[in-house]
Structure formats: structure tokens, C-alpha cells
Design a protein around this ligand. Structure first.
Ligand code: AMP
Length: 553
């Protein structure tokens, strides 16, 4: 027997409608490209999103058509989030930090009809336009008087498009399984692949994202959105913000620590989301400017960190400097992205801070709606005992079922499990500990060494800004860990000091065979350590320097 409840489709337009009706005066604060602060409200964002939907209709952008964006976090990009999806078209957020060749591939592959771009991407757009046959027009995200002299076909002005429409637009109703947004994975090997979300998947993700044990987003929050709108739906924060009426603070392209710090302070931010590199830079900057800062100005109650493992030392700094709880999350573009979240259990209430940081350093607990499990090479399920390490798999209503246009073929098994490519352990409580990407593990004499744990310990050294551990080839053990250190500005650290610092904190056979001090470490367009490049450059380091392997215990 079927239930007798209403089949109202789960559509993203309902979020902005809600925010407009009940939180119309709540602010959306943006730092513009020229550094000035722009203030808008949910009422204005909603009204302008409706005008945008009208403009798209006039441009002939229909249901299911892709609309690409090359833009930073600002009110106009937020309007596109709601205007494009609400109209039934598909918002395709493109990561402008990728190589132009990848950006070209992605926009071409998605076959979008229009590209909306921030003025900082004029040159990029000019370079790409002659090779994008599907694109019918380019919309500059600016006022008429700011229009650039850019040589692209059919150049339009965003504010002109909106001014030509009126606010009387009713969001259409359609199937909740319709595509809503499209994000491409960064793809360090091979071409990027498209992850196509649906209204239903994003609405379910939103409901869970708001929950107390997930991000606990509420109308009382002021959310600093450092994670870009072009990276995995900005972790679902814009939708969760509209669904609760939380204030949004959008830092634009100014992601230096001083700009972030002052904006968080001035806008009373209570929650911020960003990758660990942002936090590492922030604390290095705070150390350098400690005397002139009043840290009690920062009102953050929690920060959300994901994308790569956050060092335990960062968790500790947030707690001791600001009294802020760091929520460590794990997820992927393919999981919308939230899959696990680092909230605590009742049993942790009695923990001292050091023991609590250990729990926070794990990648978070399994949440309702997104199942996780471990399997071995043969696909056999492994125990959740916190010790056994295997490949992490996920499934759930906001996990991918296949890539856009079938790229990559069948990516889930017959039971819906998606192979993440991450290597992890799961505790009986459901906390996931990522030890590596499968392709980054160090296999020493057939035994796995978790690079993430060593990196985490290394950055706790006061002179270390960032650390990377890679597998370096070794004549006897096949691979041994090599530690690369990027010191803090002005700081000096030696190999012996580093090894002494690690000694006793990890088992002897995990100790790096050598330590290389470098000026910088390479990152991907989403801020992850670019280990493929490091392996290319340093993979033969031990052979070249004939460093003796430490005895394996
Ligand atoms: P992306 O699709 O760009 O968001 O990348 C997803 C990948 O980032 C995952 O498969 C992990 O390898 C990595 N990742 C995300 N969050 C974490 C985390 N908290 N700790 C370690 N790795 C992470």
C-alpha cells in the first residue's frame, strides 16, 4: 500500500522562495573585485534571480540547457545559483584555476550555450572563445559602465539583461530528478569528468547539511564562504544558508589572510568553510601580526574544513586562539560533497582537549543518507574496527550513479557502491580515517605507510608551513617515504630536527628516509597537494642520493 502524502517535487527554487519570504532582510555581503564591500539581501537576490530566469528565457536557454560560470564568490554568482537552477536550466560552475586547456575541454564537453564571467577572466574568455562552437554568448558580470572591451562574439552585460526583465516570474514546477548543477572533477590524470546533480539530490543534501550533527546551520549564523562556489556546490553551504536564512559573506577573489580575517571580523562570522591551505596561511599570518590583532573580535563558533586532511595543529589553533570547533569533513565532488562530518558523541564529553583533537583529526562520522564501507582488493567487505585499512566505498541519494555523458563507463557496482579511490579505516562508531589516496600510498616492502598521518605530524613543528610525504623508489623496499617540507617565512628547519621531532610519534619503519626542504609545494586547482608532480620530481630522490633505508621494524 502506498502512503497518502503529497508528491511535491523537491526543487531548489523553494529554498530562495523561503529565504525571500521569511528572511528577506538578511544580508548577503560580497567583496567585489575592486575590494569594496557590496550589501544585498535575500529579497534582492530572489528578485534578481527571477529577473535572471526571465533573461535566460529571452536568450533561448531552456530546460536542461547548461549555463557556464567563470566567477568568484559574489552576489551575482549566488543569483546564478538560484536563477539558473530555478528556471530548470543547469548551472555549470567551472573552476577557473584549472589550466586553460582543461577549462576549454570542460566548457566544450558540457555544450553550454552561455558563459557568465567575472571581469578578472576577460583574457581567459578571449583566449577560449574562438574554440567554443556551442557558446552563443558571453555575459560579463558587471554594470554597463564597467563593460570590458573584450573581443568575443555576442558580448552581453549582466546588469542590462536583468534591467530588461521584471520580477514577475513564477518558478516553474518540474520533475525533481531534473539536472540542476554540473561540476567537473579536477582529474589529475585523464580528462575531467562531469558530475551532474539533480534538484532532488541537492535538496536531500541540504536537509542533512543543516542538521545539528552535520553543519548545524541556523538563521543565527553568518557564514563566511571561502570554499569557492565553483568547487562541489561550495559544499552545499549556499543552499543550506538559504534554507535557514543564514547570512552569507562572500569574499570574492581576495583570499589572502588579512582580507579573510578582516571580513570575518567585520561581518561577525560564526561559521566559515574552507580548505586547510586557507587555515595554514591564516595562522601563519596571525603569528606574524599577533601584536596588532584582537583575536576576541573573531566570533567563529565552528569552521568547516575538507578537501584534504586538516592537520591536528590547525584544529588545536582554532580552539586555543578563537575557541572555535573545527568540523573536519570528508567528501568528493561525486558525493555532492558531504559524506562524513566530524561532530562528537556523548562519550567524548569527558575527553580532555588533546584527546578530543585526536577525534577531530579523523575525517568525521558517517551521516544519515550516505553509507560508507571498506573493501579489500577482491571486493570483500572489511571490518569497521578502526584498524583495518581498505578502499572506501560510498552510496546514497546524493552519490553519483554515473558521470555526465557516460564518461568512465560503469562507476558503481550492482548494489550502487561507488569506489572513492581513497584508502581508509572506519571505527565501530563510524568515524572514517583517510590514510591516503590509493594512488598516493607508500608501499614499503609490501606494507602500507599512511602519508597523511606523517604530514599531519610534521606540520605541528613550529617552523613548518606545509609538508608532503611521497613514495620514493627504493632498491630494497620498493618504496620508502620521503618528506618534503615548506618552512614558514623566515623559519629554518633541518632534516635532523624534523626526524627528531617525528621520532617516537610514529612507528620506526614509517620514519621518512630523507627530508627535503623546499621553497613551495605544488597544488591542484582545488588546493590538494599535487603528488603526481612531486613523484615526478622527487620519485628517484633516494636512488640519486643513495640514502640508506631505515630498518623496517
Ligand atoms: P574533490 O572531488 O576535488 O572534492 O576531491 C575529493 C577527494 O579529496 C577525496 O576523494 C579525498 O581524496 C580528498 N579529501 C576530501 N576531504 C578530505 C579530508 N577531510 N581528508 C583527506 N582527504 C580528503
Amino acid at each position: 500500500m502506498l502512503g497518502l502524502m503529497q508528491q511535491r517535487p523537491l526543487l531548489l527554487s523553494s529554498l530562495i522562495e523561503y529565504a525571500e519570504r521569511y528572511h528577506g532582510e538578511t544580508e548577503i555581503v560580497s567583496r567585489l573585485l575592486d575590494g569594496t564591500i557590496h550589501r544585498s539581501t535575500y529579497r534582492q537576490v530572489a528578485a534578481r534571480a527571477r529577473r535572471l530566469a526571465g533573461a535566460l528565457r529571452r536568450l533561448g536557454v531552456g530546460y536542461g540547457d547548461r549555463v557556464a560560470t567563470l566567477a568568484w564568490n559574489s552576489f551575482r554568482h549566488l543569483e546564478l545559483y538560484f536563477g539558473v537552477t530555478g528556471a530548470g536550466s543547469v548551472l555549470h560552475t567551472v573552476n577557473p584555476r584549472l589550466f586553460p586547456e582543461q577549462i576549454h575541454y570542460i566548457i566544450d564537453h558540457a555544450e553550454g550555450g552561455y558563459v557568465f564571467f567575472d571581469l578578472s577572466f576577460i583574457e581567459l574568455v578571449e583566449e577560449l572563445a574562438p574554440r567554443l562552437p556551442h557558446v552563443r554568448g558571453y555575459v560579463a558580470l558587471c554594470e554597463r559602465h564597467e563593460m570590458p572591451a573584450v573581443k568575443v562574439p555576442n558580448l552581453l552585460c549582466y546588469e542590462d539583461l536583468l534591467a530588461a526583465e521584471n520580477e514577475e516570474y513564477d518558478w516553474p514546477e518540474f520533475d525533481e530528478n531534473s539536472a540542476s548543477t554540473l561540476c567537473y572533477t579536477s582529474g589529475t590524470t585523464g580528462n575531467p569528468k562531469g558530475v551532474l546533480y539533480s534538484h532532488r539530490s541537492q535538496m536531500l543534501h541540504t536537509f542533512v547539511a543543516m542538521a545539528a550533527d552535520v553543519m548545524a546551520v541556523s538563521a543565527r549564523d553568518s557564514i563566511m564562504l571561502i570554499v569557492p562556489l565553483f568547487h562541489a556546490n561550495a559544499w552545499g553551504l549556499p543552499f543550506a544558508a538559504a534554507a535557514t536564512g543564514a547570512k552569507l559573506v562572500l569574499p570574492g577573489m581576495r583570499l589572502d589572510s588579512e582580507s579573510i580575517y578582516t571580513l570575518m571580523r567585520d561581518e561577525g562570522c560564526t561559521l566559515a568553510g574552507g580548505i586547510p591551505t586557507i587555515w595554514l596561511n591564516l595562522f601563519t599570518w596571525i603569528e606574524q601580526n599577533r601584536e596588532r590583532l584582537n583575536l576576541s573580535d573573531i566570533k567563529l563558533t565552528r569552521v568547516l574544513s575538507g578537501g584534504t586532511a586538516v592537520p591536528r595543529s590547525t584544529i588545536e589553533k582554532f580552539q586555543t586562539l578563537f575557541g572555535t570547533y573545527l568540523l573536519h569533513a570528508w567528501g568528493m565532488t561525486e558525493t555532492s560533497p558531504i559524506a562524513t562530518m566530524g561532530s562528537l558523541l556523548p562519550k567524548h564529553a569527558g575527553y580532555d582537549l588533546q584527546a578530543r583533537y585526536d577525534v577531530q583529526a579523523l575525517q568525521g562520522r558517517s551521516i544519515i543518507g550516505c553509507e560508507v564501507r571498506l573493501v579489500d582488493d577482491a571486493g570483500k567487505e572489511l571490518p569497521r574496527d578502526g584498524q583495518t585499512v581498505g578502499e572506501l566505498q560510498v552510496r546514497g541519494p546524493w552519490v553519483i550513479s554515473g558521470y555526465f555523458k557516460g564518461e568512465g563507463g560503469q562507476v558503481v557496482d550492482q548494489d550502487g557502491w561507488f569506489r572513492t579511490g581513497d584508502v581508509a579505516a572506519i571505527t565501530p562508531d563510524g568515524y572514517v580515517q583517510i590514510t591516503d589516496r590509493a594512488k598516493d600510498v607508500v608501499k614499503s616492502g609490501g606494507e602500507w605507510i599512511g602519508s597523511i598521518e606523517i604530514e599531519n605530524l610534521a606540520v605541528a613543528h613550529p617552523a613548518v608551513h606545509e609538508a608532503a610525504v611521497i613514495a620514493a623508489r627504493h632498491p630494497k623496499w620498493q618504496e620508502r617515504p620521503l618528506l618534503l617540507i615548506h618552512p614558514k617565512p623566515g623559519a629554518v628547519v633541518t632534516k635532523d630536527e624534523m626526524l627528531q621531532f617525528l621520532s617516537g610519534k610514529i612507528v620506526k619503519w614509517w620514519m621518512p628516509d630523507d627530508v627535503v626542504i623546499v621553497d613551495a609545494l605544488p597544488h591542484t586547482a582545488t588546493g590538494k597537494l599535487l603528488k603526481t608532480k612531486l613523484r615526478q620530481d622527487y620519485g628517484d630522490w633516494l636512488e640519486r642520493h643513495s640514502v640508506d633505508a631505515r630498518a623496517q621494524a
